[in-house]
Design a protein around this ligand. Structure first.
Ligand SMILES: Nc1ncnc2c1ncn2[C@@H]1O[C@H](COP(=O)(O)OP(=O)(O)OP(=O)(O)O)[C@@H](O)[C@H]1O
Length: 234
C-alpha cells in the first residue's frame, strides 16, 4: 500500500499553548481514516495544517510522496488535496448550481454531474444557498470539496448538526463515492456511529498528541481511548 498523505512532526502553538504537539500521521491510499478525540484535542488544527489553512506551524507534509509543506491552500487543492469545513463555507446569496460550476471550472473538472447526482443536489441547483435547509447546506459544502475528484479529502465534521438519520445517510453516500473513486479520506467527526460505520482505521488525538491509532475494534477497546474520549460510546 502506498501512503497518500503523510505529516511528520506537525506542531502548532497559540501563544505558549501547544494545540498540536509533534503529531506524525500517515494515511494509506484509498483508506478512510477517522480522526477523533475530545474537544480541544487538536483535530481541526491538524486539518488546518494539512490543508494549508494554518499559519505559524512546523513539521513536514507529503502528498503521494511529494513534499507540499510550503504550498498554499489553493496550490494543495490543485494538487488534489481538498477539504470541507466545520462550519459551512458557502456563499449564502449565490445559487447552489453557480457555486458548484465556479468551483468546478476553477479546477478544470468535468465530473461535476456525478457529484451533483451522488449528493442529490440536482433539484436544488437554482436555489440560493441561504434558502435551503441546513442539511442541504452541509451536502453543498461536501460537494464543493468533492468537485475535481480530489485524491485526498479532509473532512471537518461533515455531519455536525445533522440528525442521526441524516448523518448516516450522508456517511453512506460519502463512503460509496470515495470507494468508487479510490479517494483517500481523513475525517473528523464526533458522531461515533458515522466513524465506526465508514472508517478503515482511526487516529485518536488528545491534548495535541496522538493517543492511539488502529482499526475500529482495536480503538474502541483501547482503555486509554475509552477513558479520554469514548466513555459509554465505545
Ligand atoms: N485561533 C486560536 N487561538 C487560540 N487558541 C486556539 C485557536 N484555535 C484553536 N485553539 C485552541 O487549540 C486547541 C485545539 O483546538 P482544535 O479546534 O484543533 O480542537 P478540536 O479537537 O478540533 O476540538 P473540537 O472537537 O471542539 O472541534 C483548543 O484548546 C483551542 O481552544
Amino acid at each position: 500500500m502506498t501512503v497518500a498523505l503523510e505529516g511528520r512532526g506537525l506542531s502548532r502553538a497559540f501563544g505558549g499553548f501547544r494545540a498540536l504537539d509533534g503529531v506524525d500521521i500517515s494515511v494509506e491510499s484509498g483508506q478512510i481514516r477517522g480522526l477523533i478525540g475530545p474537544n480541544g484535542a487538536g483535530k481541526s488544527t491538524l486539518i488546518d495544517v494539512l490543508s494549508g489553512r494554518a499559519q505559524n506551524w512546523s513539521g513536514q507534509i507529503f502528498l503521494d510522496g511529494e513534499e507540499i509543506t510550503h504550498l498554499k491552500i489553493q496550490d494543495r487543492r490543485h494538487r488534489g488535496l481538498a477539504r470541507s469545513f466545520q462550519r459551512t463555507n458557502i456563499f449564502p446569496t449565490v445559487s447552489i448550481g453557480m457555486q458548484l460550476t465556479v468551483a468546478s471550472r476553477a479546477l478544470g473538472d468535468s465530473g461535476l454531474a456525478e457529484v451533483v447526482e451522488a449528493l442529490n443536489l440536482g433539484p436544488l441547483l437554482d436555489h440560493q444557498a441561504a434558502k435551503v435547509s441546513y442539511g442541504d447546506q452541509r451536502r453543498l459544502d461536501l460537494a464543493l470539496a468533492l468537485v475535481g475528484r480530489p485524491r485526498v479529502l479532509l473532512l471537518d465534521e461533515p455531519a455536525a448538526g445533522l440528525t442521526v438519520e441524516e448523518s448516516l445517510t450522508l456517511a453512506g453516500i460519502l463512503r460509496d463515492l470515495v470507494r468508487r473513486w479510490g479517494t483517500t479520506v481523513l475525517i473528523v467527526e464526533h458522531d461515533m456511529e458515522v466513524i465506526f460505520s465508514i472508517c478503515d482505521r482511526i487516529t485518536v488525538l488528545n491534548l495535541g498528541k496522538t493517543l492511539a491509532e488502529g482499526g475500529p475494534d482495536q480503538v474502541r477497546r483501547d482503555p486509554a481511548v475509552v477513558s479520554a474520549y469514548l466513555g459509554s460510546q465505545a
